[in-house]
Design a protein around this ligand. Structure first.
Ligand code: FMN
Length: 161
């Protein structure tokens, strides 16, 4: 079953430097159908959906490890096997010396327009990854961006509308 975020909701989580959950808000637990106890200390891939292209997570990690934020459309899988789409904004948390102390993700409801564009693109990326690995997935994404003449960030913001 596809679960939908409410338009004014935010799904929030924090992780340590390895991507293990250190905080989840109530809406996270409701959407993911897990209790706080089941989530805290677990790797964030607990909600990973098999139809998410690896390319997106590679880009996410390379950005946040460079202390750069990223916006990404992500489909997640719940404990019961349901799924929900989000537009995530992931940022890096640093201490006063600039050392990375963790990561922070705030997610909102993706627009219908964005999902109409992202779903077929991710399907194509996933298919490419299955035969040609992440490099092939990246090529599909970069070709799509090149065709539109936009950067990744511009693309994400534009399709969300
Ligand atoms: C703050 C933060 C939030 C994340 N949120 C998600 C998420 O909602 N869903 C997800 O599948 N991965 C999320 N990830 C990425 C996961 O850590 C992981 O890279 C991804 O699920 C791929 O897992 P895999 O390498 O085991 O395939 C997040 C990572 C961070 C640091």
């Amino acid at each position: 079953m596809i679960l939908e975020m409410k338009p004014d909701d935010f799904i929030i989580s924090k992780t340590d430097t390895k991507g293990r959950l250190t905080y989840v808000n109530k809406i996270f637990m409701t959407m993911a159908e897990y209790s706080e106890e089941e989530l805290l200390g677990k790797p964030h891939n607990i909600v990973r959906h098999p139809e998410m292209p690896k390319t997106v997570f590679k880009l996410l990690w390379s950005r946040i490890q460079n202390k750069e934020e990223i916006f990404a459309f992500v489909v997640n899988k719940t404990k019961k096997g349901n799924e929900y789409w989000v537009l995530a904004n992931v940022t890096t948390s640093v201490d006063e010396r600039g050392n990375i102390i963790g990561f922070y993700s705030v997610r909102r409801k993706p627009s219908d327009n964005a999902l109409n564009i992202i779903k077929p693109l991710y399907a194509k990326m996933l298919q490419a990854e299955r035969s040609g690995g992440i490099a092939a997935g990246e090529k599909v994404l970069n070709d799509a961006l090149f065709q539109e003449g936009v950067s990744y960030d511009e693309f994400i913001i534009a399709i969300q509308g």
